[in-house]
Design a binder for this molecule. Structure first.
Ligand code: GLN
Length: 486
């Protein structure tokens, strides 16, 4: 088995046993990123020299007896997380020349754990998209089929992990951007409870929805990574001061008697029959593990996409006002006057999808329309949350598909924003409610991976990870590698 086929847990064990050094495995991943993986366009920036330096430091740390479980394990960061002295582009021409003067909290935490950053992964511009096609740096290819999208917006992270260019990566999820690309690339991705992981240094898209989290091949790896990433940070006012459990130690629980809800709205129109077949088979596996299923109703599910596409653009129009060509980022050539500077810098720096969202959001927040759109959307958001709260009176977890279809082809939905927005039918409500959700590989449809989604109550990541881990103990979907990258 080549080093790049190992999971985070296997790499950690090998490093602890001295079977290989961090420098050796870091070199192997860097070679693969530049070799077999180069055509996928999964990375915007590869930080080879820094990675090798960090790997040698991790090896020293291990020799001196001061290593943690993840010391020396490589990972990649989505290019939305600020990294000191390394460009942070957020997938946009606007930040093509931006080097952050500080590290995001998540980046800091991974560094403190001794993890080695291989580089920054490609993403939809400002995390707005479901296909990675809005990136200024071009689309990412799905390693299972290079005609297909990897999902978005954390498409580079998902493709990198699926193609074994990195054992793990960070992602962010505002409406599905960890879970949907994880599903489309056949890996495991966890969107934590809102407030579990600090947003400090994570470039803001929609602040009341954004949440960072881990993407890896297994639930066990996600547990190890979440332990490192999560925790209170006073620099993010929405960070929750609550102890971080040892998630990786909680993967032993039985599922006997676990009550899991199947929302009838997640199995209706719009769900690809092949995806439905895969989810049904997974339900069968869980039944054998002793899970008790109940039909539930999340009656306001159909409001999730419309509410999100008012709230997220509204917040983005405010967050992105700081990119004005003055303080940092892109500035147009020879502006005539101040007005021209603002207009052309923003006009040339942002891509079409970002502009569409800024315009929708500005409109929804304008004095004459605030009540009709923004206030209404917030009321819908509350109804959606109430549905989940009522469901969790009767069930411990909720199960359904992550995405209504497997990966679609590059270009197929690019001209149809509404069709693209419906890719997140089953993920968006979870962000509106602030709940944790995980996507795990459950099979294939037409040769492309299908993801199963589990949704938990607030701060119930331990139970989610345990349920995902048990499934991975009795199935092998998560061990499959795309043919060209096996
Ligand atoms: N696809 C959704 C959007 O375009 C969600 C993106 C995300 O979670 N960052 O907004």
């Amino acid at each position: 088995m080549s080093d790049t086929s190992k999971t985070v847990a296997e790499l950690a064990a090998g490093l602890a046993a001295g079977t290989f050094s961090s420098e050796e495995i870091t070199r192997a991943y860097l070679e693969r990123i530049q070799g077999a993986g180069a055509d996928l366009n999964a990375f915007i920036t590869v930080t080879g020299d820094r990675a090798l330096e960090a790997a040698r430091a991790a090896d020293d740390r291990r020799r001196s007896g001061d290593a943690g479980p993840l010391t020396g394990v490589p990972l990649a960061h989505k290019d939305i997380f600020c990294t000191r002295d390394v460009r942070t582009s957020c997938g946009s021409r606007m930040l093509d020349n931006f080097t952050a003067p500080y590290d995001a909290h998540v980046v800091e935490r991974c560094q403190q754990a001794g993890m080695v950053c291989l580089g920054k992964t490609n993403m939809d511009e400002f995390a707005m998209g479901s296909s990675n096609e809005t990136s200024y740096y071009g689309p990412v290819k799905n390693p299972w089929d290079t005609d297909a999208v990897p999902g978005g917006s954390s498409g580079g992270s998902a493709a990198a992990v699926a193609a074994r260019l990195a054992p793990a990566a960070t992602g962010t999820d505002t409406g599905g951007s960890i879970r949907q690309p994880a599903a489309l690339c056949g890996i495991t991705g966890l969107k934590p409870t809102y407030g579990r992981v600090s947003r400090y240094g994570m470039i803001a898209f929609a602040s009341s929805l954004d949440q960072g989290g881990p993407m890896a091949r297994t639930a066990e790896d996600c547990a190890l990574l979440l332990e490192a990433m999560a925790g209170f940070d006073e620099r993010d006012s929405t960070s929750v001061d609550r102890a971080v459990p040892r998630y990786s130690q909680e993967l032993t629980g039985s599922l006997q008697g676990l009550r899991v809800g199947l929302p009838k709205e997640y199995f209706g129109d719009g769900l690809d029959p092949e995806v439905a077949r895969v989810i049904d088979a997974a339900i069968g596996e869980y039944r054998e593990l002793g899970v008790e299923f109940r039909e539930i109703s999340l009656a306001n599910t159909e409001l999730a996409v419309p509410a999100y596409y008012v709230i997220a653009p509204a917040e983005c129009s405010s967050n992105l006002s700081r990119f004005d060509g003055v303080r940092f980022g892109y500035r147009c050539e020879s502006p005539r006057d101040l007005e021209d500077l603002y207009k052309r810098s923003r006009g040339e720096g942002f891509g079409a999808e970002v502009k569409r969202r800024i315009m929708v959001g500005t409109y929804a927040l304008s004095a004459g329309y605030f009540d009709a759109y923004y206030r209404k959307a917030q009321q819908m958001r509350r109804l959606i949350k109430n549905d989940f709260m009522a469901a969790f009176e009767d069930v411990d977890l909720i199960l359904g598909p992550t995405s209504p279809t497997p990966a679609f082809n590059i270009g197929e939905r690019a001209d149809d924003p509404v069709k693209m927005y419906l890719s997140d039918l089953y993920t968006i409500a979870v962000n509106l409610a602030g709940l944790p959700g995980i996507s795990l590989p459950a099979g294939f449809a037409g040769g492309r991976p299908v993801g199963l989604q589990l949704i938990g109550n607030y701060f119930d990541e331990g139970r989610l990870l345990n349920a995902a881990h048990r499934y991975q103990q009795v199935t092998d979907w998560h061990t499959r590698a795309p043919g060209a990258f096996a």
